[in-house]
Write a protein of this length. Sequence first.
Length: 154
Amino acid sequence: MELIIVVLDGASHRFTVNPHDTVGSLKAVIQKKLGVLSHRQKLVFDNGHRTILNDDSKPISSYGLQSGSQLSLLVTEAPIQVFLKNEKGQMSTYEITPDETVSSFRNRVEHREKVPASQQQLIHQSRAMTDGKLSDYNVGNHSTIYMTLRLRGG
């Protein structure tokens, strides 16, 4: 089947793919032809409602695409590395995007460090990180975020 990939500048590119190919393999073909790294690609199908092709392991056909379907190719920000330093002085490295929310980052920290999000106090440049995006706190490449634990009780 033939898919039409439209990039932000309005240019469109035609790709012939097998409906059983995965989203990941389509991204690899796009990377080869257009030079956009597959991990920076966000493919969106709009057929009355927006569908993001966000599972690279799924076949293209599982998203309801047919020959002639048009996909928008959005290029996402490259991830950056930040360091998380806990109260014991141990450092962990995380890949983030600046538009990631503090809440999302807390959940990732909880999963990896086994510290409940409700007990984490995240600090960057002497500012407590409570809500919003990481970029709101000037978190950039190789920034260090400090995590202390909130004491429970009254």
